[in-house]
Design a protein. Structure first.
Length: 303
């Protein structure tokens, strides 16, 4: 992945956030439903997106590139978000099994997975369970309990509350989750470089729509996600056997992403590659979409 490879158009960085080409819902074993969105050719290489916090299926990335690259980009609503049925008490590994079932029912071969921000641990769960042939974690959250003493004090307090009493913490998170609160948190934790992306009128509108979808059933889905991501993960990343690419921007200032911008994860995941982009921040999923997708396609072709 080449630093400085972000595409530009008319002096501005291109940000592919077109509306989905296809929307649908798929019934899983047991009757629960997962909602999904797709971009790109229906016969392209399947790349599953695990979106960020409280984001529903409608916000993609690199959507101006998927036809050219032959990528069938698929985003799914996690249980309780968007139009996906709730699954109280679910775990990261339960999500991986949902994805396995989803892929079988939709006949998706050799699927790669990419997790952005909060979606990172969900993507790694899919990799740990062998559901995907390759994975990318982009500006992804790390296993934060491993970083005792290195976290922002407020984040450290929140992680401690999850470890001490997950149920109570989940109830607390459900009490303050809404679109405006999420937007304010994103902007407050972002660098000037990222705010320039997020505050573009078209991007802000698309992100707010995605978060409105994420909260469409209320805050319970977001609250459950938050507990799962901030707590200890129920799998060992050291046992992941598929290629994993970690992509971070040097200007990522979010206190809830990886404190060391993926260095610890890279050291723990066998054969992982880490790309630290000097011209990017936490919005790297959109500013460097082409490099991320090409890397995944290459890894998937070897899987």
């Amino acid at each position: 992945m080449r630093p400085g490879s972000a595409p530009r158009e008319h002096g501005r960085m291109r940000i592919g956030i077109d509306e989905p080409a296809r929307l649908g819902r798929t019934e899983l074993r047991g009757g629960r439903v997962l909602g999904w969105a797709e971009w790109g050719p229906a016969d392209g290489t399947a790349v599953l997106l695990c979106p960020g916090a409280a984001q529903s299926r409608t916000l993609g990335f690199g959507t101006d590139l998927v036809d050219e690259l032959g990528v069938r980009l698929i985003s799914v609503d996690r249980p309780g978000l968007g139009v996906s049925d709730p699954a109280p008490g679910r775990t990261l590994l339960d999500f991986a099994e949902d994805v396995r079932d989803f892929a079988e029912r939709r006949e998706l071969p050799a699927m790669a997975v990419v997790g952005y921000s909060t979606g990172g641990p969900f993507a790694l769960a899919c990799a740990a369970r062998g559901v995907a042939v390759a994975a990318a974690v982009v500006a992804g959250g790390d296993e934060l309990p491993r970083f005792t003493g290195r976290l922002d004090p407020q984040v450290a307090e929140t992680v401690g509350s999850v470890l001490a009493d997950p149920r109570r913490a989940e109830e607390t998170f459900a009490g303050f989750g809404d679109v405006d609160a999420m937007w304010d948190m994103i902007i407050a934790g972002s660098s000037e470089m990222d705010r320039a992306v997020y505050c573009r009128p078209e991007f802000e509108a698309a992100l707010r729509r995605a978060m409105a979808g994420g909260f469409a059933q209320g805050p319970a889905g977001y609250a459950r996600d938050t507990v799962l991501v901030l707590g200890r993960w129920p799998f060992a990343v050291e046992e992941i056997a598929v290629p994993v690419h970690l992509c971070y921007g040097e200007h990522d200032t979010s206190p809830v992403h990886s404190p060391d911008l993926g260095a610890s994860l890279a050291g723990r995941i066998p054969g992982a590659t880490r790309h630290l982009m000097p011209d990017a921040g936490g919005s790297v999923l959109w500013t460097h979409a082409e490099a991320i997708l090409r890397e995944l396609l290459e890894a998937a072709s070897r899987g």
